[in-house]
Design a protein around this ligand. Structure first.
Ligand code: M6R
Length: 606
């Protein structure tokens, strides 16, 4: 995720901004930039790659400005190059902006501004906001930002400078974090505390809908036009804690960021009232010709892909095969011009997935990569690409990237269902409504995480776990087991619950907990039978079911409740407790959950 830093004070701004950007490096980025106001003019420098490339550019410049902004960009809209790097400017070069998040309706606004003869120099959604402010600048800087904000939809953290009013920074937050560092005779604005913690530990966190005007010695905050006061907190974090926003581990930080990752992945890709879904880099005409889909992935990405199989077959009536890339690359699959190949990968660099596609891509009719890292090998290799907007994931265990893959795949299943003429707009609208509910429900789940921590305490000494699910909850059982073994080193297996009688039932005793994913759906009765079979043999049951299901108390030793939702959408809520259970068990066992032994974040060798 991009990093934001702004400074206003008496010191030269450039060194403070470069320092702040370096402290935000851990978030991951592919370009960096800085803009200052000096002698009534904006000076801007940007560079692809490391911050050191940016430093190289500004080293010979006498940068005297005492107000400025800086940004590290993790590409989402447009390639990771200098043109797309922030800060962006308007046509006159008097307004400059940095931004995190997504402006959902940027395309419409860009078209409108083009008609008014605005010239754009980047592929980003961000740049349109500088031009939009320019349109209203005769109202004054502050008013112009207020008016422009009313025009946009989406998730953002924006920080803006205007050369005409060099005594202020304006910042706005909707969905993406922003925090003001309150100093003496100087103030900071940043996406995260570490960027200014060395200079001040007094922080004011902005809330959604806030717009702040920051001068050297004053901060004024309005929320949707009304003046509000926001508490100033003393931050007691160490530098290391600050990078993790106060969380003990990146893994927990990333689990907590899932609601956001989900939102960022779906936003801008649908029109709810029309029941329409669109993907920028996917050719719908090609998809119309498709008769079979083959999805290829590894590890957690494979589990996301597996869940998609159930959805796509149900919504589009197209046959879907899901393959583990390491197996597929040495087999002879039937792929022809009526086959769509889908690669699912967080990193886009997993060697097995890349190699599997090298030989298959030519044979297929069309191919799409669903990846998180913009510009990664897979994102460039296939015909189309759908980016998941999870931001950088630092913990080795995939969590928020899984959630964002599911977000993209749920949308894709609805999309292809519509393209194939199997779904009507009403059904897709209902699907979009369900997807829109998910971030809020995940946030509620996170508030209840302590109950899962208690459960983890009860089971952390066990040596084996079995996970069971049916239908679309089966891949969640696979993922729950994978998460547990990765970060707690406890042996765990995931099974389709219907397979229980074909083998794993032999393992039932009072030492092996059985985690059953059992929401009230069409197959609920069947899974309850499986649970009863284990209970009858004195096995231990941990059930994950929906809150309104009161009868589970009769069968399970422990229950993790998830919110009620339309049944196809339960997996999105099952993932969170499964991750939390694994996390807390790993932590209780004293394992470094961010870097579990023997595992690499990206598997680039066979
Ligand atoms: O980058 P990718 O999604 O292609 O990576 C695939 C797997 O290596 C990855 O999901 C791995 O299984 C994780 N450690 C799971 O937590």
């Amino acid at each position: 995720m991009c990093g934001i830093i702004g400074y206003i004070g008496e010191e030269k701004a450039a060194p403070r901004i470069i320092y702040g950007l370096k402290k935000l490096e851990y978030r991951g980025y592919d370009s960096a930039g800085i803009a200052l106001i000096d002698s009534g003019k904006i000076e801007r420098f940007r560079a692809k790659g490391r911050i050191s490339n940016l430093e190289e550019k500004i080293k010979r410049e006498p940068l005297k400005g005492v107000i400025g902004i800086g940004h590290t960009r993790w590409a989402t809209h447009g390639k990771p190059n200098e043109e797309n790097a922030h800060p962006h400017l308007d046509c006159t070069g008097r307004i400059t902006i940095i931004h995190n998040g997504i402006i959902e309706n940027y395309f419409e606004i860009k078209e409108e501004l083009k008609r008014k003869k605005h010239k754009f120099t980047s592929e980003t959604d961000t740049e349109i906001f500088a031009h939009l402010i320019e349109e209203y600048l005769s109202e004054g800087f502050e008013k112009a930002v207020e008016t422009a904000l009313k025009r946009i939809r989406g998730m953002y953290a924006m920080v803006i400078l205007c050369a005409d009013e060099p005594d202020r920074i304006i910042a706005a937050r909707q969905g993406s974090p922003l925090v003001i560092g309150i100093g003496r005779g100087e103030n900071y604005i940043a996406s995260d505390v570490p960027s200014f913690l060395k200079f001040t530990n007094r922080a004011m966190f902005l809330e959604d809908g806030d717009m702040a005007v920051i001068t050297r010695d004053k901060v004024t905050v309005k929320n949707r036009g009304k003046k509000v006061s926001r508490q100033v907190r003393n931050i007691k974090w160490s530098a290391d804690q600050a990078e993790k926003s106060g969380y003990a581990h990146f893994m927990m930080k990333e689990i907590s960021e899932q609601a956001q990752a989900f939102e960022d992945t779906i936003l801008g890709r649908f029109n709810e009232s029309r029941g329409e879904i669109k993907f920028e880099h996917v050719d719908a005409k090609e998809l119309k010709k498709i008769k079979k889909i083959k999805i290829v992935a590894c590890g957690t990405s494979y589990h996301a892909a597996y869940a998609a199989k159930y959805l796509i077959e149900k919504y589009a009536a197209v046959s879907v095969e899901v393959d583990v890339a390491s197996e597929l690359r040495y087999s002879n699959p039937v792929v022809d011009k009526e086959t769509l190949l889908l690669a699912v990968s967080q990193s886009g660099e997993t060697i097995d997935t890349i190699e599997a596609f090298k030989s298959l891509k030519q044979k297929a009719g069309y191919s799409i990569a669903i990846v998180n890292v913009v510009g990664s090998t897979l994102s460039r290799m296939l015909h189309g690409v759908i980016y998941t907007h999870a931001g950088p994931e630092i913990g080795v265990a995939a969590t928020k990237s899984f959630m964002s893959q599911l977000a993209a795949l749920y949308l894709f299943a609805l999309y292809i269902g519509r393209i194939k003429g199997k779904l009507d707009a009403k059904f897709v609208r209902r699907g979009i409504q369900n997807l829109r509910k998910i971030p809020g429900l995940i946030r509620i789940q996170m508030k209840e995480k302590r109950s899962i921590e208690r459960l983890a305490g009860k089971y952390s000494k066990k040596r084996d776990f079995l996970y069971y699910g049916r239908n679309i909850s089966y891949p969640m059982a696979l993922e729950g087991a994978l998460k547990l073994k990765e970060i707690s080193y406890i042996h765990a297996e995931g099974y389709a619950a219907g397979e229980m009688k074909h083998g794993p039932i032999a393992l039932v005793d009072d030492r092996v907990p059985n985690v059953f994913i059992a929401p009230k759906n069409a197959l609920y009765e069947k899974i309850v039978s499986n649970i009863q079979e284990i209970k009858a043999r004195s096995g231990t049951i941990i059930a994950i079911t929906n809150r309104s299901n009161k009868e589970m108390k009769k069968f399970a030793d422990d229950i993790i409740y998830i919110p009620d939702i339309d049944e196809d959408y339960y997996p999105l809520l099952e993932a969170v407790p499964l991750q939390l259970l694994a996390y807390y068990i790993g932590v209780k066992k004293g394992i470094d959950v961010d870097k579990p032994r023997n595992l690499a974040k990206s598997v680039t060798v066979e």
